[in-house]
Ligand binder design. Structure first.
Ligand SMILES: NC(=O)c1ccc[n+]([C@@H]2O[C@H](COP(=O)([O-])OP(=O)(O)OC[C@H]3O[C@@H](n4cnc5c(N)ncnc54)[C@H](OP(=O)(O)O)[C@@H]3O)[C@@H](O)[C@H]2O)c1
Length: 305
């Protein structure tokens, strides 16, 4: 009998990594995860082994990757916090890519972002293009997937919009709210990632759902789905950032950074290519409105505590 292939997935206890892991296990493949939280409850039990990232110990990282054929890389940071900057995240990812090559892996399936650009003034989008280039130059076979906003039960942005709409009398939209989003479902993304792992050719593909909504439409859709009576108002991006700075500490979190507001308003979370994922955000919303935004999803709890 053919031996099950070993895959390394970053963040199997996190968001997208968990969905990728589930699909790989369902296909009878083996999964090992690299994570910053090796002591978190392992939802997969004995079926998924784990190792810490150990970016500062490349030999250990190479040893953790040895024996695998494919690396599914989701590692990235949303914003700089504490000692961790985007430059560190770039360096860590380059260390991981180099370790994968030295450990003899064949292919990397990498999650990037829609519309990354070296000219971008947003470090999230600029850093992503530098990582893409490092992958292309690594000698590994690659599939680079560029998601827009990923929706699903564990998502932060959509969930926390609903959380705010449930609790506050007023919801503030930065600017006119007519900048657009083209959300992609986390299950569709995981299916795409696992499917592209089976191919050999190098490719770069957007992960985008079929629906394009303005941010204002998206917020109104969520408000209607959860029966929120919050008044939706428009504020300047500056005021929005101020509001985030005030409310963040009350939540023990960073709600939205200035760069995230700018990214949202810059129409970067849409694709200029074909639709690649079938699930409509509005359909998903109808079936998940009851649970959406019941609990605040805290970025700092997920990654810094
Ligand atoms: N979520 C979205 O809407 C969205 C949209 C476009 C692109 N993407 C990209 O898709 C990929 C996966 O996103 P996700 O939301 O599913 O991420 P996630 O599961 O929350 O995190 C992915 C991995 O990065 C690690 N990580 C995240 N933030 C970190 C931090 N501050 N310090 C140290 N490690 C950190 C996590 O570590 P642990 O294993 O310790 O949790 C995990 O291994 C990322 O590359 C992201 O840029 C996401």
């Amino acid at each position: 009998m053919e031996e099950a292939q070993l895959n390394v997935v970053t963040g199997s206890f996190g968001y997208t990594g968990k969905y990728i892991t589930r699909r790989l296990l369902a296909m009878g493949q083996q999964v090992k995860t690299l994570t910053g939280h090796p002591h978190r409850p392992n939802p997969f039990g004995q079926r998924v082994s784990h190792a810490p990232f150990s970016f500062d110990d490349p030999d250990r990282l190479i040893a953790s990757l040895r024996g695998a054929t494919t690396l599914f890389n989701t590692y990235w940071i949303r914003f700089p916090y504490g000692q961790l900057t985007f430059d560190h995240a770039i360096q860590n990812t380059k260390t991981l890519i180099s370790a994968a090559r030295q450990a003899g892996l064949h292919r990397i399936v990498h999650l990037s972002v829609s519309n990354p650009s070296e000219q971008s003034r947003l470090p999230y989008f600029r850093g992503k293009v530098l990582i893409e280039r490092a992958i292309m130059e690594s000698g590994l076979s690659y599939a680079i997937i560029r998601p827009t906003v990923i929706f699903g039960p564990e998502d932060i942005l959509i969930n926390n919009i609903a959380w705010l709409l449930r609790r506050l009398p007023v919801f503030a939209l930065p600017g006119g709210g007519n900048y657009r989003l083209q959300p992609v479902f986390v299950e569709d993304l995981a299916e795409m990632a696992v499917g592209l792992a089976q191919q050999n050719r190098n490719l770069v593909v957007d992960a985008v759902g079929p629906e394009i909504l303005s941010f204002a439409q998206c917020v109104r859709l969520i408000a209607a789905a959860i029966n929120s009576r919050a008044a939706i108002i428009h504020v300047s991006p500056y005021l929005m950032h101020l509001f985030s700075l005030l409310i963040g500490p009350l939540l023990g979190d960073v709600l939205l950074t200035r760069n995230e507001i700018a990214g949202l308003m810059a129409n970067l979370l849409i694709s200029h290519g074909p639709v690649t994922a079938p699930t409509r955000f509005s359909d998903w919303l109808k079936h998940h409105a009851h649970s959406l935004g019941r609990r605040y999803a805290c970025e700092l709890d997920r990654h810094y505590r």
